[in-house]
Design a protein around this ligand. Structure first.
Ligand SMILES: CC(C)(COP(=O)(O)OP(=O)(O)OC[C@H]1O[C@@H](n2cnc3c(N)ncnc32)[C@H](O)[C@@H]1OP(=O)(O)O)[C@@H](O)C(=O)NCCC(=O)NCCS
Length: 161
């Protein structure tokens, strides 16, 4: 399936239904717990209130993915998942996905992107803070294993609702 490239490099585009297996593999390679199931991915791929974005290399192999939710009438986009294949980390893949998520949120007239991150996830916290996200809340025992989390938010510049 040919879907439009919406940001590069790397190539970032909407995921197609034929990428379900690769998305589930990446989910397992990236998260020890609180994983999205195959069924959840399938639903999000088909949903108009979610976007599944993928970063791909020149051979169309999956480098990373992001899942973002939109709610009708809400100006808040929720970044639900962001992951880079372990072999592709440190090359700007997540930064490019994050920029694409923000572009998609602007297109839907969202005023901000919100996300949650584990308190012990130093790499992700560094990424979000470097990308202009600010900490807005503490989430006690938020994760399956009882780990705490932080809520972060970034206000978007244009088309505010
Ligand atoms: C967090 C994650 C998405 C980063 O992906 P990535 O493609 O390697 O990130 P990028 O190359 O775009 O890095 C952008 C910035 O993030 C930060 N960063 C990324 N990896 C880092 C690490 N291991 N240690 C510290 N900072 C890190 C840095 O600020 C980096 O900027 P710099 O390269 O100028 O220093 C990746 O490590 C991952 O998939 N982890 C497992 C899943 C996960 O935790 N997702 C986030 C859930 S909230």
């Amino acid at each position: 399936m040919n879907l439009p490239v919406i940001c590069k490099p790397p190539g970032i585009r909407l995921a197609g239904p034929d990428e379900l297996d690769a998305l589930v593999r990446l989910e397992h390679a990236s998260f020890d717990g609180d994983r999205m199931s195959r069924g959840q991915y399938r639903r999000h791929l088909a949903s108009s209130s979610a976007q599944v974005l993928v970063a791909v290399d020149a051979k169309r192999s999956l480098l990373g993915s992001a899942v973002v939710f939109f709610r009708e009438g809400s100006g808040v986009a929720r970044l639900y998942s962001l992951a880079t294949d372990p072999a592709a980390r440190g090359n700007g893949v997540a930064s490019a996905l994050l920029a694409a998520v923000e572009a998609a949120a602007r297109l839907r007239h969202c005023r901000c992107v919100r996300l949650e991150v584990r308190r012990d996830n130093a790499a992700a916290i560094a990424l979000y803070e470097r990308s202009g996200y600010r900490r807005t809340g503490f989430l006690e025992s938020y994760y399956e294993d009882g780990a705490d989390g932080w809520r972060y938010e970034k206000r978007l510049a244009t088309n505010m609702r």
